[in-house]
Write a protein that binds this ligand. Structure first.
Ligand SMILES: O=C1O[C@H](COP(=O)(O)O)[C@@H](O)[C@H](O)[C@H]1O
Length: 239
């Protein structure tokens, strides 16, 4: 059973996630968080960059990673890291060593190995795999999540990270695998806007196994999975 949380406005959705981040940061230990890319998390980054969140979060306890990265330079407009850096990290007291970016500018064949090794070295393992405390994922209009696309995702891939080509643009990306994502303690999908409402309805109404959407399939196998939606994204599931 999926946990759907619907909020009236995008601002309310991201404030709820930001409050979770405050709580995580108060734990007296390093907390490993994986961010989503694309356009949806921009508002979350902007809200976190301002008071009260910018000042109440204990940034030194938080370690940030990404579910996927485009193989571009960090200052490219397409860079998932670049977006978070510009909107959030440059505005708050986060130690630079707590930013674990995927090096999109490096050769993907080498970077996919280096990134996997960094996760293995830094993140406590469970079931023989790094276990993230919290993974935030987005969902594309085609039901993809991270850079796991419908029709080209191997849910049993034993690697931690893979090189992927975007099915339409051909852009190279590095993504966490479905198996690694599913090993997280908590997965929260952040989905906003009317353009995603139809896919949300399908995921809500159908058995996950019947759907080809990676966003329907990738769930925390031993943890909790939630959907954080604004009213527009949820408009076809809320009577
Ligand atoms: O390509 C990507 O798309 C998804 C969704 O992006 P959005 O722009 O519709 O929010 C995102 O979660 C993923 O990280 C990204 O690389």
């Amino acid at each position: 059973m999926m946990d759907y949380r619907t909020f009236e406005t995008p601002q309310q959705v991201v404030e709820s996630l930001a409050n979770s981040l405050v709580e995580y940061s108060k734990q007296d230990k390093p907390v490993h968080i994986s961010l989503s890319g694309g356009s949806t998390p921009k508002l979350l980054f902007k809200v976190l960059a301002k008071a009260p969140f910018s000042t109440s979060i204990e940034w030194g306890n938080l370690h940030f990673w990404w579910g996927d990265e485009r193989c571009v330079a960090p200052d490219d407009a397409e860079s998932n890291f670049g977006e978070a850096q510009a909107l959030l990290f440059s505005q708050v007291a986060l130690p630079t060593e707590n930013i674990h970016r995927i090096l999109g500018e490096d050769a993907p064949e080498q970077e996919v190995i280096r990134f996997a090794q960094e996760m293995q070295d830094c993140i406590p393992a469970d079931n023989g795999l790094p276990c993230f405390d919290w993974i935030l994922l987005g969902m594309g209009g085609d039901g993809h999540t991270a850079s796991l696309f419908p029709g080209q995702t191997d849910y049993n891939d034993q690697n931690m990270a893979i090189i992927v080509q975007h099915p339409e643009s051909g852009q190279y990306r590095i993504s966490k695998t479905a198996r690694l994502l599913a090993n997280a303690k908590r997965i929260s999908y952040l989905v906003m806007g009317e353009g995603k409402a139809q896919v949300i309805k399908q995921i809500h109404d159908n058995d996950d196994a019947a759907l080809a959407y990676p966003a329907a399939q990738v769930k925390a196998s031993q943890g909790k999975t939630e959907w954080f939606l604004d009213a527009d994204a949820a408009k076809l599931i809320n009577g």
